[in-house]
Design a protein around this ligand. Sequence first.
Ligand SMILES: Cc1cc2nc3c(=O)[nH]c(=O)nc-3n(C[C@H](O)[C@H](O)[C@H](O)COP(=O)(O)OP(=O)(O)OC[C@H]3O[C@@H](n4cnc5c(N)ncnc54)[C@H](O)[C@@H]3O)c2cc1C
Length: 443
Amino acid sequence: MTNVMGLASMPAFRTVGCTCGGHTLTAGSIVATVLIALAGLLAVPAVSHTNAGTTFSLMASSMAFVAMGIAQFMATRPPFIEKLFGGLDRIYQFHRKIGIAVLCLILVHYFVTPDFQGLSLTSGSNRLAKTAGEWAFYGFVFLLILSIVKVIPKTRFQIPYQYWRVTHRFIGLLFVLVAFHQMFIKRPYDSTALLATYLNLFALLGVASYAYTQLLPWLRTRKYEVADVVRHDGATIITAKPTGRKLKALPGQFGFFRVNKSGLREPHPFTIAGIEDDGTVRFAIKPLGDYTKALREGVAVGDPLTLEGGYGHFNHRRGGNKQIWLAGGIGVTPFLAMASRLKGDEGQDIHMVYCVRDGAEAIGLDTFRKQAEKLGNFSFVLHNSATDGRFDASKLVSGTAMNPAEADLWFCGPPPLRLAIEKGLKDLGKAPRRVEFERFEFR
Ligand SMILES: Cc1cc2nc3c(=O)[nH]c(=O)nc-3n(C[C@H](O)[C@H](O)[C@H](O)COP(=O)(O)OP(=O)(O)OC[C@H]3O[C@@H](n4cnc5c(N)ncnc54)[C@H](O)[C@@H]3O)c2cc1C
C-alpha cells in the first residue's frame, strides 16, 4: 500500500478518515484534492502573463482535467486506493463529488473564455482540438447532469440504473477528446512548462485507465458455477463454486455478480454472505428491482457466473473490542459472513441485533443462533417489527448489557434506521465510540 505523505500510517486516516461538516475526509480524498488543486496552482506561472480571466479559466480547466483523469483511474478499482478511501463504496461517493466539481470547473472554463491575445489557431490540429473541446464540453455537461440528478426534481422519475450505466461509459470517450483538446489546442505556454507535463501525465493515466476498464476488465474476474439456489421468502440464496481461480474476499466484503446468460449479464454488487476456504461463495439477494426479480426467476443450478471482488472495508476486525452489530433487512448479509467466521478468540465482545419487518424475511438465523450458543463473545437478538414493534435506541440499550457509549456501532441496512438509532442513542447520552456502515448504494 502506498504510504502517501505518511497519511496511510496514521490509523485514523488509513481506514475511516475523519468527518468534517458531514463529509468523510479520507487519506484518499485529501491526496486527490491536493493533486487537483496543484493543477490550478501550476496554471498560474504558466498563463499569468496573459490576463486574469484567462488565468482563471485555465486554472479551472487544468483542475477539471486532472480531476477527470483521477476519476478514470478510480474506475479501475485498484485495491490499494480502497484502503486510502475506506472502501469501494466511499471511492464511488468521492467519484460522484469529483463529477460535480468537474461540471462546475468546465462551466467556468467555458463561460470565462480564455483570451490568448493574438495567439490564433494556426494548424489543423489546433482547429480540431478546439472542436473536440467543444463537443466534449456539451457531452460532459449532459452526462454529468444525468449522473448528478438521480431523480428528476418534482417528479418520481429516475433514470433506470442499467440505462444510466451505459451512458456513463461514454464519459471515458469524452475524456479522450479532452486529452486531445488540451494537448493540441493553442496554449499560452509551451510543452516545457511544468503544467504541460503535469496535464500530460494525467492524460496518460486517464486514457490508460479507460482502456483498461473497457478492454481488460476480465483480468480481475473469476469464473464460478451455480451449485445451489434457495428461493427463501426474504432473499434468493445462491451458492456457487469456482470453476477456475477462486475469489479472494474477507468476510463482510462484496463483489460484482453476473450470470452469463441472457437477461442476467449486467454486473450488480452483492455482499458475499458466505465464503469457504475452497472458494465456495454464497449470496443472499432481495428481489426488489428488475434485475434481482429476474434473477430470482431465471437463475438455475449449473449457470456460469462471473464474479469480481472482494471489495469494501466493512470488516469487524478493524473495530474496537466492544461492538454492536445492527442489521436491517437484507443488510444482514455482511454480518452473516462475519458471524459465521467468528471463533471466539477475536478479543472482541459482539452483540448483534437483526431487525426484520416480519419473521418470514429473516435469513441465516441458524448460523447466528448456533454461534451465540457456542461463543462466549457473541450474543444475538432477532427483532421482528411485526410482533415487537418499531425498533429504536431504547430497545437497543435495554436489549444488551453492553453500553453503546463504550462500543462501536456497525450498521448495514436502510439509512433511515441508522440515522434514527444514532440520534436516539445520542439523545440517551449513549452515542457510540464510532459508527461504521456500508451503503447498499453507489449512486
Ligand atoms: C456494496 C453493496 C452491497 C450490496 N449487497 C447486497 C446484498 O447482499 N443483497 C442484496 O439483495 N442487495 C445488495 N445490494 C443492493 C443491490 O446491488 C441492488 O439492490 C441491486 O443492484 C438492484 O438491482 P435491480 O435491478 O434489481 O433494482 P433497480 O430497481 O434497478 O435498482 C435499485 C437500486 O439499486 C442500484 N443498482 C441497480 N443496478 C445496479 C448495478 N448494476 N450496480 C450498482 N447498483 C445498482 C441503483 O442505485 C438503484 O437505485 C448491495 C449494494 C451495494 C452497493
